[in-house]
Design a protein around this ligand. Structure first.
Ligand code: PLP
Length: 402
């Protein structure tokens, strides 16, 4: 089928599935989701997967993904202690890694309770004040909390005083990590469980950004140069500390990090729903699986339609790549001076478009998890019908980041 006809048929299929569903609505295409899980498994080549729940935010969807991995997942990567406790209460997993440190009393008590009650609920640490808070909580609960030490893997090319990457751990070198691991032994209610080395400047940098093409070559160079340094650091850490768990990787670096012997597991989240920031990565070949639909409510001029709602802009470095993308029907474009608006979003339509008021337009969000903060449920579409519904955290009354 020619591409144009295929896109039209794709739009018709989702339109049919929606029927009279009130818009805006969010949907997940189950065939695409399943093919992404299979693709992730192929790219991981047997390396255990840790599922990043921040990039899904729906227990029913997490369950579907876990089921499809057929045992290849070693656990969940949570983004908040309360989220971890919530997912545990839903019976989704017994092995968790809380990937962002906390010293808040309610959080450390939840972690301690999860461990006391039989789960492995490990958490990232990189500073002594975190160890103290966790140790006190574990003592109160009469348990041991497993801790995972994170090393900063930003690229710092010498002699420039540059930090290319994200700001995470203050532990910069293998010696920093080894010294910190020794300090854990001084806390009687903590146990050294492993290491995390997340290479954000590799996983989070697309090879091709259509909005800043001139940056593509330097980006690829940064990735290539810093990868070699990261491999060396992770190998040395693994040889020195023999961690039971060594986590790294993300969707954007899956193929490469899965091949790294030092890592015992790789993290993947966004790859399952394949939000549009992942279009610019070589070697991924995923299929868009999550969409939201807005209703066309106006035709303010020839060549323009206006949809109701749509301002679901992604977090991170602000820029046009953080805006949602209208993808079905084909050929629509945001008007950059207006972008995606809080209550209405105008779009340029191609010549000859038959899009009329009441029709749905399907968009993709830039990031996989944040879409779930705008909707109570995902409609789970198979073919041209809604097969099931998956409540999001929001739909279940849960908000873990405020
Ligand atoms: C610690 C950690 N690992 C991995 C990832 C990658 O997740 P995803 O596969 O959703 O890109 C992230 C994303 O922010 C992260 O914070």
């Amino acid at each position: 089928m020619p591409l144009e006809e295929a896109a039209q048929a794709h739009w018709e299929r989702y339109r049919h599935a929606l029927g009279e569903t009130p818009l805006p609505a969010a949907l997940v295409d189950l065939d695409s989701l399943e093919s992404n899980v299979d693709r992730v498994l192929a790219l991981a080549r047997g390396k255990p997967l840790r599922i990043a729940t921040k990039s899904i935010r729906s227990p029913a969807l997490i369950r579907r993904i876990l089921d499809r991995t057929g045992g290849a997942a070693c656990g969940l990567m949570a983004y908040a202690a309360a989220e971890l406790a919530f997912l545990r209460a839903q019976g989704l997993a017994t092995n968790f890694l809380l990937a962002y440190p906390t010293v808040q009393r309610s959080d450390v008590d939840l972690l301690a309770a999860a461990n006391r009650d039989g789960a492995i609920a490990s958490t990232i640490v990189d500073a002594v004040d975190q160890l103290q808070a966790l140790d006190h909580a574990a003592e109160r609960a009469g348990t041991i909390i497993p801790v995972v030490v994170e090393i900063d893997l930003a690229w710092r090319p010498r002699p420039a005083p540059a930090h290319v990457g994200v700001w995470r751990s203050p532990l910069r070198t293998v010696a920093d990590v080894a010294a910190f691991v020794e300090r854990i032994a001084g806390f009687s209610h903590l146990r050294f469980h492993g290491l995390m080395g997340y290479e954000a400047q590799v996983a989070g940098l697309a090879d091709e950004n259509p909005f800043a093409r001139w940056q593509n070559a330097p980006r690829r160079l940064i990735k290539w140069r810093s990868r070699r340094q990261i491999e060396r650091t992770r190998r040395r850490l693994s040889e020195m500390l023999h961690p039971a768990l060594f986590n790294g990787g993300g969707t954007g670096s899956l193929k490469w990090s899965a091949a790294e012997p030092a890592l015992t597991e790789v993290t993947v989240g966004s790859g399952f729903l394949d939000s549009h920031l992942f279009d610019g990565y070589r070697d991924l070949a995923l299929t868009p699986a999550a969409y939201f639909a807005l209703q066309v409510v106006r035709r303010p001029a020839d060549g323009i339609v206006t949809c109701h709602g749509g301002g679901y802009v992604a977090s991170g470095e602000a820029g046009p790549d953080r805006l949602p993308r209208p993808v079905l029907p084909e050929g629509l474009a945001l008007i950059l001076l207006e972008g995606a608006g809080e209550v209405q979003t105008p779009l340029r339509v191609p010549h000859g478009s038959t899009l009329s008021t009441g029709d749905p337009v399907f968009f993709r969000h830039a990031k996989a998890g944040e879409l779930a903060e705008h909707f109570n449920e995902y409609l789970l579409v198979r073919g041209d019908r809604v097969e099931d519904r998956a409540p999001t955290y929001r739909g279940l009354g849960q908000a873990f980041l405020g």
